[in-house]
Design a binder for this molecule. Sequence first.
Ligand code: F6R
Ligand code: MG
Ligand code: MG
Length: 368
Amino acid sequence: MKLTISVIKADVGSIGGHIKPSQKLKDVVANFVYENGIKKGEVVDYYISSTGDDIAILMTHKKGALNDTIHKLAWDAFVEGTRVAKEQGLYGAGQDLLKDAFSGNVKGMGPAVAEMEIEERPNECFVLFAADKTDPGAYNLPFYLGFADPMYCAGLMLSPKMGKGFKFVIMDVAHTEGDRVIELSAPEDLYDIAALLRDNQRFVIEHIYSDSTGEIAASVSTTRLHNIAGKYTGKDDPVALVRVQGAFPATGEILAPFSIGHYVAGFMRGSHTGPLMPVKANSPISYFDGPPVVSAQAFSVKDGKLTEPADAFDQPFWDWVRDQVSQKALDIRRQGFSGCAMLPYSELEYGGIVEKMKKLDGKFKVRK
Ligand code: F6R
Ligand code: MG
Ligand code: MG
């Protein structure tokens, strides 16, 4: 059976700054999807969760990727959520809805989207990743390791179903006139893949396919908000869907690289470097508007019907990882604004520094 899994995520307001959406906001979004999606037969199933200040709407349906009915449903749910966010005085109400009116699909309108149309396996399972206070390049390293490195993915050595490796579709997100993409396969093109993926702000994994079966394995939201708005309006807080088991990495193989807590762009004011902390679903944001976080919810699905999620980072092992990542966060924060603790000029979230530099420029004198 052909099934589409879509996750559409946005920040439309949160409590006490950028901490977490209110329960009422989540309830209103959920209820809207139920009334207009489930009851009208547009979607088969759905699940609402939050990560930091973002709400993710996960949906299963039969309409394929980039479907306007499905995208409009999510957009309208977020518009409804924004109404409640304003009513409650939530901070950043409607923040990620960058356009006034919906047109066609939500790509390029603010919300993050990851979708995949699959032939549902008899025991289909997948993981929904949602990250806050960072950008889509945050998935480059963990997905490279999980899909292409036998040091992390033992299945590349052990499973005959994974023997041919995986094809990476990588997008140049600096190219704003259209989607500029390249297809490279691991292991053949491993060094080329690494050469691109080291640059998290420019080259971003969009899709991954099994080279053994041709099936889609992963889908990542690649939107960069400042490329849409022409200026920085917030970090992009990416979502991703990854199919697991069988011809794909085992769930644990795709989770394992997140134990690194690698340094990513984002954190306070979207302008710093911080380690990516694996957190439980529905976790808030805290220290220095961070640290950057990622949640992982694993689902099984039958005829489009979702089980409840298994919260993959809600396990004692990850408490220890979180302690290590906290230490990394404190280590880099200790040097404040200096050097690599802050992002380069082009990635700073606030335009104010441009004005500041202009003013200072006029005060410079060249010594005779
Ligand atoms: C980062 C983020 C926060 C805000 C910060 C200041 O993505 O959302 O770090 O940038 O809290 O927010 P404003 O400028 O809205 O007061
Ligand atoms: Mg926010
Ligand atoms: Mg956010």
